[in-house]
Design a protein. Structure first.
Length: 129
């Protein structure tokens, strides 16, 4: 039986929520970068990010691990979180300067997204032809 507070469709997201329930002072974890930069994933982590602040992070390709992601790699984050009353807001993630294994850095604020210009149409407002 899975604790309802940590149950998600993704075992990785559930694991992060479980770490938060353990309430350590620091959490060091490897997880896909998409857990933080995709707002729906970030929202699932709300119980965790409300209590923990991202204090250090390094991005690298999943292809660094042999025998994984043979065709297409994805960005993985080595992240350190510290228990903090303020926590981490999505705006903090957008402003965060992510360092890469290759020595570069980037911030989500550097990029422009189509979603800033085209908004999803609500199902109830779609016209049928």
């Amino acid at each position: 039986m899975v604790d309802e507070d940590i149950q998600t469709r993704d075992i990785g997201l559930s694991s992060i929520l479980a770490y938060g329930k353990l309430d350590p002072e620091y959490v060091a974890i490897l997880h896909p970068l998409s857990y933080l930069i995709k707002k729906p994933n970030f929202n699932i982590l709300k119980p965790f990010v409300d209590k923990y602040r991202l204090v250090n992070a390094l991005v690298f390709s999943s292809q660094e691990f042999s025998q994984t992601s043979k065709l297409t790699g994805f960005p993985v984050l080595i992240a350190v979180y510290k228990r903090d009353e303020v926590g981490t807001r999505y705006e903090d993630i957008q402003k965060w300067k992510f360092r890469t294994l290759e020595g570069g850095e980037f911030s989500l604020y550097q990029y422009d997204y189509i979603s800033n210009y085209v908004h999803k149409i609500q199902k109830s407002t779609r016209k049928r032809f």
